[in-house]
Ligand binder design. Structure first.
Ligand SMILES: *Cc1c(COP(=O)(O)O)cnc(C)c1O
Ligand code: SF4
Length: 364
């Protein structure tokens, strides 16, 4: 994704953990250095293929094609996420989600730039409405990780609002349409926006009487877990609106350590917390992996919500799993997990009134 204006104000920092060597006053020498803030973690994220391969002790033979692919959609990997990868394993399922490959440059028939027809549902700058009762705000184009399969990898973010005054037409559209009861904050990643700006927006949305729920779709609790601060939880749970969080994890190995702690904090704050995944070839297209993913989630109190069939976006064809395979995976999960542990297997069909269950002929 592109950098948003939020990031333009941040101090430039050299790569590397900025807190690791900086001496701090008032800290007794025997103490660990303080944990980095989420801004610091973002600033120290890996942003080029060479560093990514080097840090995992991988051969640089892939570098040339990785650089070419990264030219179209840059690399972005936070240290916390890197720490969960297995060094020396080119097939590591976390690495596969973020490593640019030459395959991305192949043109595949049927794979297009705007795979889900976002453009047709844009009712105001930054505001998409596809479904009854819900509208989605594209809060920023920035993300903390760049997922190679991302369906919005070509989205024209530069045209969307950035500051509160730019949101006025969207706020007016939300105010005028009394059928809208839920606002989704999406992007990019909406939690890339500072707490201050989130608060301004929440305050504004709260004043619209027919809006009842605020849903945040974010991958930050997974890839940049220190974004889940007490201040953020306070902000989201203090509004009149019922807050929901939809995180995005695709593999059980993503949900360890600081990420598991962040999910626990979300759940304990009282917020309904759901997960959505994308079915990805070579990453989570096995019963064992999907079952472990669901088990880790439900053990933490996070409900598996959707398993998405890959949107057919240009550059992502090598991640596609066919629907018959997807259906057989879901059927296997149904035999092995509690009902609430099985996500709904859906795909997005441009113009349809809801996400479509795969394998069921739609009667909507
Ligand atoms: C996916 C999506 C939603 C949310 O759909 P749910 O089925 O409610 O999770 C809402 N608006 C848009 C534009 C979407 O793409
Ligand atoms: S999938 Fe989500 S987190 Fe990943 S690049 Fe796309 S918008 Fe960002």
């Amino acid at each position: 994704m592109i950098d948003s204006s939020d990031m333009a104000n941040w101090p430039a920092r050299a790569a590397g953990n900025p807190t690791a060597s900086a001496p701090r006053r008032n800290v007794p020498p025997q103490c660990e250095p303080p944990l980095p803030s989420w801004h610091e973690s973002l600033a120290s994220a890996i942003r080029n293929p060479a560093t990514l391969l080097q840090r995992l002790y991988l051969s640089t033979s892939l570098l040339e094609s990785a650089d070419l692919a990264a030219h179209q959609f840059p690399v972005m990997v936070p240290e916390s996420y890197l720490a969960r990868m297995r060094p020396g394993d080119i097939n590591d399922p976390l690495l596969r989600q973020v490593l640019p490959l030459g395959d991305e440059l192949l043109e595949t028939p049927g794979f297009v730039r705007d795979a889900v027809d976002d453009e047709a549902s844009r009712i105001a700058p930054g505001l998409l409405k596809k479904y009854a009762g819900r509208a989605l705000m594209i809060l920023t184009g920035a993300c903390a990780v760049h997922c190679r399969y991302c369906f919005r990898r070509h989205y024209p973010y530069a045209n969307e609002p950035r500051r509160l005054p730019d949101w006025e037409p969207a706020i007016q559209a939300l105010t005028a349409d009394t059928t809208i009861h839920e606002v989704l904050l999406s992007g990019g990643d909406p939690l890339m926006v500072t707490d201050l700006r989130l608060k301004e927006l929440c305050d504004r949305l709260e004043q619209i009487p027919h809006i009842q729920r605020l849903r945040i779709h974010s991958r930050l609790p997974i890839v940049l877990p220190n974004r889940v601060t007490d201040e953020l939880l306070d902000l989201l749970t203090a509004t009149r609106l019922t807050p929901l969080m939809v995180v995005h994890a695709n593999h059980p190995r993503e949900i360890t350590g600081d990420c598991a702690d962040a999910l626990r904090r979300l759940v304990r704050s009282g917020m309904t917390t759901l997960n959505q995944s994308v079915l990805l070839r070579g990453i989570n297209d096995s019963v064992d992996t999907l079952k472990k993913l669901s088990e880790r989630l439900i053990n933490l109190g996070v409900i598996p919500y959707y398993l998405h069939q890959l949107d057919r976006v240009q550059g992502a064809a090598h991640f596609e799993v066919d629907e018959a395979t997807g259906l057989s995976l879901i059927e296997a999960l149904q035999r092995q997990l509690p009902g609430y542990g099985v996500p709904q297997y859906v795909r997005e069909v441009a113009g349809a009134p809801a996400k479509q269950p795969v394998g069921i002929e739609s009667t909507l």
